[in-house]
Design a binder for this molecule. Structure first.
Ligand code: G3P
Ligand code: MG
Length: 256
């Protein structure tokens, strides 16, 4: 596969945020397939730990919003989770989409798309560690250490990834409202991390410049309009996370 997080194209990498989640149920195989068909460079997905210790692809720790299920993901086994419908709210367009296991996504897309696994999950240290271990083990089993990025808001999780497999690209999700640091680029650099990824609403041009001066790359989410994508180009962002990959790719192609 001709993909690298670190050697981007002449325009920003287009990363399908939770898959093509503007047109398909987020974090499902349907959303990832659509992203592939639309020509996205990579997909982003979120992971939690199931009750029986599997890495499962879902954004929230609670099942209600995306599946209509009840309670935390961690209180359910993979088999129980598989019975829930992650296309809840998409009636008329999608009938049933299961919650994928990370393993299934890596198996189907690992050779065709870049993949960004965002570690969500528990704050409880042991559960967080177990989730990180599961993800790294899955990436290694599929021999994808060279093309997967693991990202997280949680510094400890990222340190653990670096410890378990220093070959995996790491992205620090940074939000100044959540954890203000004076020099986010220097902070990421000090952790040995290759990407700093920020909410576009809080990303400044000078932050992108500082990130580049530190020798790392800049990602921003969610870039969902051509106006926003135009700003990404002016800022020199390396990767844009979008719910609408085809629209953003078309825009980049048009102004090439
Ligand atoms: O990785 C960027 C983005 O996914 C972080 O926010 O809430 O969409 O997971 P969220
Ligand atoms: Mg995410």
């Amino acid at each position: 596969m001709n993909f690298s997080w670190l050697a981007p194209l002449s325009r920003p990498l287009v990363v399908a945020h939770r898959g093509s989640s503007g047109k398909a149920p987020e974090n499902t195989l349907a959303a990832f397939r659509l992203a592939r068909d639309e020509g996205a460079d990579a997909i982003e997905l979120d992971v939690h730990l199931s009750g029986d210790g599997d890495a499962v692809v879902i954004h929230d720790g609670n099942l209600a919003r995306t599946t209509g299920g009840k309670g935390p993901v961690r209180n359910h086994t993979l088999e129980q989770l598989k019975r829930l419908n992650a296309a809840s709210g998409w009636e008329g367009k999608y009938t049933f989409e299961p919650i994928p296991a990370l393993d299934e996504v890596l198996r189907e897309f690992g050779q065709v798309l870049g993949i960004n696994i965002e570690i969500k999950g528990e704050y409880r240290t042991e559960a967080q560690r177990e989730l990180v271990r599961r993800c790294v083990e899955c990436v290694r089993r599929h021999k994808l250490s060279g093309s997967v990025m693991i990202s997280s808001f949680r510094v400890r999780a990222l340190k653990e990834v670096g410890f378990l497999d220093p070959g995996i690209i790491r992205g620090l999700l940074y939000d100044p409202l959540y954890r203000p640091v004076r020099m986010p680029s220097a902070f990421a650099k000090s952790l040995g991390i290759q990407y700093l990824i920020m909410n576009r609403k809080r990303l400044l041009k000078r932050t992108v410049s500082a990130v580049h001066r530190a020798g790392i790359m800049a990602g921003e989410y969610a870039v969902n309009s051509t106006f926003q994508a135009g700003r990404s180009l002016r800022y020199g962002t390396d990767a844009v996370y979008t719910d609408f990959p085809s629209e953003i790719i078309r825009f980049f192609d048009r102004i090439k």
